[in-house]
Design a protein around this ligand. Structure first.
Ligand code: DON
Length: 576
């Protein structure tokens, strides 16, 4: 092993520790928590639905979506129902105070992507998170009132429903309102998740609701969220203006002011989701519909798969040769991601070039089949989590792939009194100090620097794969920051390249490389001892990390849909 790589090994824990201090220790939850308490693989039986399918990280939210499908709603109606229900039953990541991306493919061939990513508030400044005295990054992009972008979820879901749904907002929101008003029974996963986020949520106004008497509501108890129910009712009646104006907006801005935040009524009034054209790429004759910027998910996946495609049939899953090629492809795609991508309204993104097959051939030609490339420089960061992906399919063949987030678990920790919801800490997805790692260890450049009104670059990758006849094959995506991109790519490769069933594809141990830190992370069982030794000999710095990401997927099969929830965590596939 080279001296440089040995150094990398030694640096990992030290730098990670330093970074967790930057975030005040509030976000150093162990990865198992965001997976619903189970970082180990558990049985996730594939579920069959002849008509429709909803797979999300909350059984109650999947059932909410299913209720709408059974009432005759289409996949978009059901996705919006699931999204609002997640804001109630999966408060780590489900949200109305955050943002997301929804990818839609209608059976009549229409495809659309809606970007309801948060934007930087008008009063945001490039160096707002840099301490003027020390020149070091503070933890304010992660924790507290300054960490939030202007939320986009309500506007985005309402807009998607208006354009592609068939039901009124009040109808699709009815299950979420019921769950907030009447409450639902807390399960052990939710309890453990809440408990582990106390240091963050407990600092702010949500502590009385989420930690009555200092403890998270026990598994088996009923959890009612009256303020949230009221907010959802206002949205159901008034549409987005029930959130972006009136009493909810006033409550949000009052809490921002009280805590030193900068989001104003003007910010809320100006927020607009953006319709985007999905990136359409191909892999061995299959078509991928993925998310363009302001997410990096689609470009990075496309670039990776284009590089891999140049190699002809890939080595078998589990071999050193396969892990090496996958790693080198990810490395190259992430180098571009971290330097070149940002909100297209503010920076020129070379999308055509990055997604072209010719460019992939050029990158592939630089891969040495026997030796790891070293990414220049080495920096890393700690990794908090909570995002959630859900996949929906209906009886007519319409499908929706959505990823939504507050960024960290419970976002910034700030809960809006009377509003009843958590605010995101998405500002940390910007390069708050270009060249310095964010909480996912991503080292990003000027293209993703903070500018008022700009969307922070995301890794969310809600994806739809069409088979060689153009019919939907897969609806998939994940949570896990940059590991979203690698996990989603791997599920797709496992199905297309390695002919696995969806259940096997989701269960197969994952690996991850994001260029910096220059380490190849892998889950238990990914490599035999001999394969691990071979990879080390090639120059890869191996790092075992369980629970790399949290995916939820659907596959079309004869006569219906198969749904598989993340085998490493909580959630449920509900079909009918
Ligand atoms: O948009 C992004 O890329 C991040 N905010 C996603 C965060 C995430 O996935 C955390 N989850 N598990």
């Amino acid at each position: 092993m080279s001296r440089r790589l040995r150094l990398a090994f030694l640096l990992v824990p030290v730098v990670a520790l330093a970074s967790s201090c930057r975030h005040g220790g509030a976000h150093t939850v162990d990865i198992g928590t965001y997976l619903g308490g189970e970082a180990t693989l558990v049985a996730a039986e594939p579920v069959f639905g002849a008509h429709g399918m909803v797979v999300s990280n909350s059984g109650l939210a999947s059932e909410a979506g299913n209720e709408i499908l059974r009432q005759g709603g289409n996949a978009v109606d059901a996705a919006v129902a699931t999204g609002f229900a997640l804001a109630v039953t999966y408060p780590f990541a489900g949200n109305i105070g955050g943002g997301g991306f929804m990818n839609i493919h209608m059976a009549d061939g229409r495809t659309a992507a809606i970007d309801y990513r948060e934007v930087a508030p008008l009063a945001a400044t490039r160096d707002m998170y840099v301490d003027p005295v020390t020149g070091k990054l503070t933890n304010k992009s992660v924790l507290g009132h300054l960490a939030s972008g202007v939320p986009g979820s309500v506007a985005g879901m309402a807009e998607a429903l208006a354009k592609y749904g068939t039901m009124p907002l009040a109808k699709v929101m009815a299950p979420a309102i019921r769950l907030a008003k009447e409450g639902f029974v807390v399960d052990s996963g939710l309890f453990r998740g809440m408990r582990s986020d106390r240091s963050n949520v407990g600092r702010f106004a949500g502590k009385d609701l989420f930690f009555p008497g200092g403890e998270a509501p026990k598994a088996g108890s009923r959890f009612v969220q009256s303020d949230l129910a009221h907010t959802l009712e206002l949205i159901a009646v008034r549409g987005p203006s029930g959130f972006y104006a009136g009493e909810v907006a006033d409550a949000l801005v009052a809490e921002e002011k009280r805590g030193g935040g900068i989001i104003t009524l003007e910010d809320l009034k100006r927020y607009k989701p953006e319709w985007r054209t999905p990136i359409r790429s191909t892999y061995r004759g299959y078509t991928l519909l993925t998310m363009p910027p302001a997410s990096s998910g689609g470009i990075t996946m496309t670039e990776t798969l284009n590089i891999l495609e140049t190699f002809g049939p890939l080595p078998k899953y589990g071999t050193a040769a396969y892990a090496h090629l996958l790693t080198e492809a990810f490395r190259r795609a992430f180098i571009d991601r971290n330097e070149k991508l940002g909100d297209p309204a503010f920076v020129k993104v070379p999308m055509e070039q990055l997604t072209s097959k010719a460019y992939a051939r050029q990158l592939a030609s630089g891969i040495d089949r026997m030796h790891a490339t070293v990414t220049p420089a080495f920096k890393t960061g700690a990794e908090p989590d909570h995002t959630t992906h859900y996949s929906v399919a209906d009886n007519n063949g319409n499908v929706v792939s959505t990823t939504t987030t507050l960024n960290g678990g419970y976002g910034s920790g700030v809960w809006i009194p009377k509003g009843g919801f958590f605010m995101n800490n998405e500002m940390d997805d910007f390069a708050a100090q270009p060249g310095t790692p964010n909480m996912f260890g991503l080292v990003q450049g000027e293209a993703n620097a903070i500018v008022p009104g700009k969307r922070m670059l995301s890794a969310m990758a809600p994806t739809i794969v069409l088979d060689r006849d153009g019919k939907v094959l897969l609806v998939v995506g994940a949570a896990g920051g940059p590991r979203i991109i690698t996990a989603t790519t791997e599920v797709i490769l496992n199905v297309i390249e390695h002919s696995m069933s969806l259940a096997d594809a989701m269960r197969a141990p994952r690996l991850h490389h994001q260029s910096l830190p220059d380490s190849l992370r892998y889950e238990d069982g990914a490599f035999s001892v001999a394969v691990a030794d071979s990879l080390r000999a090639m120059g890869h710095a191996l790092l075992r990390t369980n629970g790399l990401a949290n995916a939820n997927g659907i596959m079309r099969v004869n006569g219906g849909w198969i749904g598989v929830r993340e085998p490493r965590g909580a959630g449920k596939a509900v079909g009918y």
